[in-house]
Design a protein around this ligand. Structure first.
Ligand SMILES: Cc1cc2nc3c(=O)[nH]c(=O)nc-3n(C[C@H](O)[C@H](O)[C@H](O)COP(=O)(O)O)c2cc1C
Length: 202
């Protein structure tokens, strides 16, 4: 089965990336997970979480935290350039970057593949495979907007971390799940264990 590459960067709203890991594993998918260096910092300062860097320890960490035994989870260090996913020869279903910082967004937009996330995103664009990017910043400056436009022009799908109000969310989880459904819709993945908005309550 082709894997899905999931990247979590040092932007606010890491819960979106976490929910993606949980749902993919619950749906028995194979996940290639990369956290940027910035993501570890944000996890610590925003969520008081110390995420282990080492692959097996990190995989155990997520499985315990998200209480999921199914699926396959492979965790990569941010600078593991020899990882199979850094090459176009390794086939994947697509890649999601959620949440995506303006730093990662800018580097991917300029083809500046310094770390594994940027290299994988570059590979997905050059191989014409789905690349879904969920930028998180407010307000956007003109450089951010130009970078988003550049990526959309190059074939990436931009799915911002913007909640919907028409769904009448009651909890943060409702807001997260709305965005996560939009991410997986963009990838063409119809996953179980998540509620989809189905019109206003009558
Ligand atoms: C608590 C916290 C929240 C942050 N939130 C954002 C954010 O929402 N968007 C953003 O672009 N950068 C945010 N940053 C700054 C990035 O983490 C920083 O620019 C970092 O270098 C990005 O690196 P990366 O793109 O490799 O993850 C935040 C930093 C911290 C510590």
């Amino acid at each position: 089965m082709k894997s899905i590459v999931l990247a979590i960067t040092g932007a606010s709203a890491m819960q979106i990336g976490e929910r993606c890991i949980q749902l993919l594993l619950e749906n028995d998918k194979t996940v290639d997970l990369i956290l940027s260096k910035g993501a570890y910092e944000v996890a610590k300062s925003e969520r008081n979480m110390n995420i282990p860097v080492e692959s097996k320890a990190q995989s155990d960490f997520w499985r315990n935290k998200l209480r999921v035994k199914s699926g396959k989870l492979i965790c990569y260090r941010w600078n593991d350039h020899s990882a199979s996913i850094a090459s176009g020869s390794h086939k994947t279903k697509g890649m999601i970057i959620a949440p995506c910082s303006m730093g990662t967004l800018g580097r991917v937009a300029s083809g500046f593949s310094l770390d594994l996330i940027e290299r994988c995103a570059d590979v997905h664009l050059k191989e014409n495979r789905p690349l879904i990017i969920s930028p998180r910043e407010s307000p956007f400056n003109l450089i951010h907007i130009d970078n988003i436009k550049r990526l959309a022009t190059a074939g990436a799908l931009i799915v911002p971390t913007i909640p919907a109000w028409y769904t009448n969310p009651k909890t943060i989880e409702d807001i997260i799940d709305f965005i996560v459904v939009r991410l997986f819709d963009s990838l063409g993945e119809d996953l179980n264990n998540i509620k989809r908005w189905d019109g206003p309550i009558k």
